[in-house]
Design a protein. Sequence first.
Length: 166
Amino acid sequence: MSSTGTPHIDEHELNELTKVAQDLSLRVAVVASRWHDTVMNGLIAGSERFLHSIGIQDYTLLRAPGSFELPVISAHAAHHHDVVVALGVVIRGGTPHFEYVCSAATEGLSTIAVETGKPVGFGLLTCDTEEQALARAGLSGSQEDKGFEAAHAAVAAAIEIAKLDA
């Protein structure tokens, strides 16, 4: 598992994120694909756990038909929100389709962040098997919680950007 080196969020950081996120009144959109319901439910729940842990109770949940559509919906969300958390899962099959979808979604999401200046949390799982996706989905028995991590990354980036604008 690649979780070695994952940043630990201690109580001090959580308290600081909570205070600043509330001071900034961050508007958050979670954009989640519809494929692989069990994995997606875990990713959405993980992002919600993080947002609730810092006092963000209200956020907009938008559902994309698939991971390929995450960038276009995230782009629109970025025009109305301070933070976007993009969640999806692509599982390798027997054709090159996997590479095309993963590449397009990744490039699209990073382009949105750079062009809008709004952080986009990258919660797109690109896995060889469903078991790998489940291990990262933040479900009971999962080794990682990528939805939580993506929401944390996006909010933490928004707070760092706000320091530059102050």
